[in-house]
Design a protein around this ligand. Structure first.
Ligand code: KE4
Length: 435
């Protein structure tokens, strides 16, 4: 009874905040996927986070598998990250000039990701991918860009076609307001379908500036690359003089210290980063071959810029995050926790029509018999079951992304007990509701 009263009173606080939010922010959010439209009910309003947990304004805490959609490999409010941010901010929050911090972070990326000989910082993953595409077009003198259905590369016009993540969640893979001309040279092929890429290149390879791909798809749920898919893209782009662009905004510094290109031993010409590289602050980056990067202004004719690109406070957060992850063996722990989650979930879902996917600490569950390999099969899964599953777990203090087209994430702050409890709650729902 007391809890109910506390909840009712506290609940008013959440309701009041959501009313204010919806009066001034479209849908009450600053990014559509947070809106809960795919799962029903009203979005969370978070008061704070620490380690593997977030607490909402009603005082309820959750084991968090969203982690700000990927950046927080160390978990929320890691002391070394917070200290780096506050110490840097006390020295000034930005200067519109080069600082040592952005040099250090770029050097660290170059050390961890050998394909990145030069790098340009941006303020988001969207800026990184749209800039990489402009650079690839400038370098090759060609216009066609190949992307894959269900891959999300941010909301830049050129790539907001058959996108995943929030675009797919909203059921609007193509956005209003994108002029036909902006996507006239954007070709969309099925993910993991190398024959389709081969066929397209056989007739049009000489027109292709770039192929951009999520080396592990994390925006249609978590869908790993099929064997041979990434090496096949590398071979085809090399043969036809197109650039291979890995969108590692989600996989970078998460699935391995050197990202998916280290994990799958495929070297792209350009890579895009975000999320982890900012440690939770707004950072993106793109980089790769020196002969390509040197076409960027001020050296070359491809213009790209950003008032806050390389912001020292954001650089400090990214440096502290990546350095601490490396020093503490975070990636080994992420793999151990990921394996525990996968084993537990496979046991929880045994003889239920559920497909469990994992690459490192990127997690996915699909309510379907056969494992999805592309957007068509991912979008054909039982999304209503996901909605019910999501709400069951949320009510029991487990925070998943509110969409079947998102990946889940682990952090170094998660514990085996967190993972075991999540699997137990999942098993309970499956037994009672979905067999
Ligand atoms: P941002 O512009 O949101 O920083 O990054 C765009 C982006 C680019 N590439 C990949 C592979 C991405 O996953 C993203 C952004 N990821 C989504 C989550 N699936 C962002 C969440 C949101 O839109 O709020």
């Amino acid at each position: 009874m007391i809890d109910g009263v506390v909840e009712a009173v506290a609940g008013d606080r959440r309701a009041r905040l959501l009313e204010r939010a919806e009066a001034v922010l479209p849908g009450g959010v600053n990014s559509p996927v947070r809106s809960f439209r795919a799962v029903g009910g009203r979005p969370l309003v978070i008061a704070g986070g620490s380690g593997a947990r977030v607490t909402d304004v009603n005082g309820k805490s959750y084991v968090d598998y969203v982690l700000s959609y990927g950046p927080l490999v160390l978990g929320h409010a890691h002391p070394e990250v917070v200290d780096a941010i506050s110490a840097t901010a006390r020295n000034g929050t930005g200067f519109g000039a080069t600082t040592e911090l952005e040099i250090e972070l770029a050097e660290l990326v170059r050390e961890l990701v050998p394909s990145v000989e030069m790098l340009r910082m941006t303020n988001s993953g969207t800026e990184a991918t749209m800039s990489a595409i402009r650079l690839a077009r400038g370098f090759t003198g060609r216009d066609v860009v190949v992307k894959f259905e269900g891959n999300y590369h941010g909301h830049g016009d050129v790539l907001l076609v058959s996108a995943g993540s929030g675009a797919a969640t909203q059921g609007q893979p193509d956005s209003a307001g994108v002029p036909r001309g902006a996507v006239a040279d954007t070709v969309v092929l099925p993910y993991n379908d190398l024959d389709a890429v081969r066929e397209y290149f056989s007739g049009h390879g000489g027109n292709v500036a770039a192929v951009i791909v999520e080396p592990v798809a994390g925006n249609m749920g978590c869908v790993p690359p099929a064997a041979g898919f990434l090496p096949g893209l590398r071979e085809l782009t090399t043969r036809h003089g197109a650039l291979l662009v890995f969108d590692e905004v989600m996989t970078g510094f998460r699935v391995a210290p050197g990202g998916a290109q280290q994990l799958y031993a495929v070297t792209p010409d350009l890579s895009c980063f975000g999320k982890v590289i900012g440690g939770g602050l707004p950072v993106g980056a793109f980089g790769g071959r020196r002969d390509v990067m040197e076409l960027l202004a001020p050296l070359g004719p491809v213009y790209q810029a950003g008032t806050l690109s390389g912001n020292p406070v954001a650089m400090a957060a990214g440096l502290a995050t990546v350095r601490t992850a490396l020093r503490t063996g975070c990636h080994r722990r992420l793999e151990e926790l990921g394996r525990r989650w996968e084993t537990g979930m496979r046991q929880a879902t045994a003889d239920a029509p559920v497909s469990v996917h994992r690459v490192g600490s990127m997690l996915g569950l699909f309510f379907t018999e056969s494992p999805p390999t592309d957007f068509a099969s991912a979008s054909g899964t039982d999304t209503d079951a996901f909605r019910r599953f999501f709400r069951h777990l949320l009510a029991r203090g487990i925070h998943l992304a509110p969409s079947p087209f998102e990946a889940g994430f682990l952090s170094g702050a998660h514990t085996p007990a967190d993972v075991d409890r999540t699997c137990e709650i999942a098993a309970d729902w499956l037994t009672r509701e979905y067999r």
